[in-house]
Ligand binder design. Structure first.
Ligand SMILES: [Zn+2]
Length: 417
């Protein structure tokens, strides 16, 4: 059992605050409860003056880009988004090998944990080292103490042999662990691959995880090749029928596509900072309903920052209340629990050393989330009832050793770019 002494516990659903000692049971279904006193002889983490609440979920990440920060730029400036993929991201992911993939997962996983996340939904790409790649990532995240839902970004962009290898890796992984069937985006996925991915998702009881209309080019390509728009193509093939399906971005949607999505069972993941970074357009939630989640799209692992970005961007597009932004951050827990994915139980907690100059209450907590609390306040993190970050240091992995390894792998990777 893990004990948290004198915590100010914030219920993530109601934002009600209650002070006392907490007992967190280990395991995937471990409960958290208040206890009147900490049993004699048991060690307890001092949480006095700290807020304790549910930890965060990153609903769309690309851990494979974790070694990209500060990397040399492309030979010429990209002209548009597809050009950026070719010059930057497809150049990077083709160079990844097993050690680099592990370094990415360790570096990105540690960064996410230190920012208060305990669950990562990742979209992985390493076309020249796909076999066994998901196990490498899963093992790294397990070592750190993070839960996950992984997939390979299947695509026809590198030819048939690569998409076959990706399908094989996906099937192999889904036989052993929970995960999703990943597809890059409509414009790099032909009908044969799409149908086979869907059949695999149905057979393995997984959802599809795909980028949708991130740039307008995805729509143009779909109309040209298939005579319909992206959401129509996905709806027609049954992708939207699974409540596990994650559609990512959705920046260029017609009213009809919005209605199609809304009447489906799938979810959209918004990635505001990435959209701004790539200058591909703005996410508009109009007509999409409330099956909306938040991701970082590989930019970082900090969901408080992502929520703030969504909130600030919304101010110039019709407005958004702090509570609505907070709720969108928290919808990921509903996605995971409704689909019975394991790893996001009650015993996943973030301990925030946040001591603002103003009072904190149920009524203003969302405001504190947007204007006060940030990742620097993350003091400790509990995942599955176990401490994985304690007083800002990783508990289960040796950070300094990991950093030596990631620096070495980064050097190897950048030399290949
Ligand atoms: Zn993405």
């Amino acid at each position: 059992m893990l004990y948290l002494r004198d915590a100010s516990f914030v219920d993530w659903r109601t934002l009600k605050i209650r002070r006392g000692h907490l007992e967190a049971a280990p395991g995937p279904a471990g409960k958290v409860r208040f206890v009147s006193r900490i049993p004699r002889g048991e060690k307890a983490l001092d949480c006095s003056g700290r807020l304790v609440t549910k930890s965060f979920v990153i609903a769309h990440h690309h851990l494979y880009s974790a070694l990209a920060c500060g990397m040399p730029g492309p030979a010429r400036a990209p002209k548009n988004f597809p050009d950026m993929l070719k010059l930057v991201w497809w150049n990077l992911d083709r160079k990844l090998d097993r050690d680099m993939i592990r370094a990415c997962a360790m570096a990105g996983g540690i960064a996410a944990a230190k920012a208060g996340a305990t669950f990562i939904i990742d979209h992985h790409s390493s076309p020249n080292a796909v076999q066994g790649s998901l196990d490498v990532i899963a093992d790294a995240l397990d070592e750190i103490g993070l839960s996950h839902l992984l997939c390979v970004e299947l695509s026809d962009r590198d030819g048939k042999a690569k998409s076959e290898a990706g399908l094989e890796e996906t099937d192999d992984y889904l036989r052993k662990r929970q995960g999703l069937v990943g597809l890059h985006a409509s414009f790099t996925v032909g009908d044969d691959l799409l149908y086979r991915a869907i059949a695999m998702a149905v057979g393995r009881n997984a959802g599809i995880h795909i980028h949708v209309a991130e740039a307008v080019d995805d729509q143009k390509d779909c109309v040209k090749k298939h005579g319909m728009r992206v959401i129509q193509r996905l709806a027609r093939t049954g992708v939207l029928e699974s409540p596990k399906t994650l559609l990512v971005h959705g920046l260029h949607l017609s009213a009809q596509e919005r209605a199609l999505f809304r009447s489906s069972r799938s979810w959209f993941v918004q990635n505001e900072e990435s959209n701004q970074n790539n200058a591909v357009g703005a996410f508009d939630p109009k007509g999409l309903g409330d099956r909306l989640l938040l991701g970082t799209d590989g930019m970082h692992g900090d969901m408080i920052a992502s929520t703030r970005a969504v909130y600030l961007a919304a101010q110039g597009r019709g407005g958004m209340s702090p509570l609505s932004a907070y709720r969108r951050l928290r919808r990921a827990h509903d996605y995971l629990s409704e689909n019975k994915f394991s790893g996001d139980g009650e015993n996943n907690l973030v301990i925030l050393d946040y001591r603002p100059p103003t009072p904190v209450s149920t009524g203003n907590l969302a405001g504190h989330f947007l204007y006060g609390i940030n990742a620097s306040h993350v003091d400790s993190v509990v995942s599955g009832g176990k401490l994985i970050v304690k007083n800002k240091r990783m508990v289960l992995v040796d950070e300094d050793k990991v950093r030596q390894f990631t620096l070495k792998q980064t050097e190897r990777l950048w030399r290949r770019l």
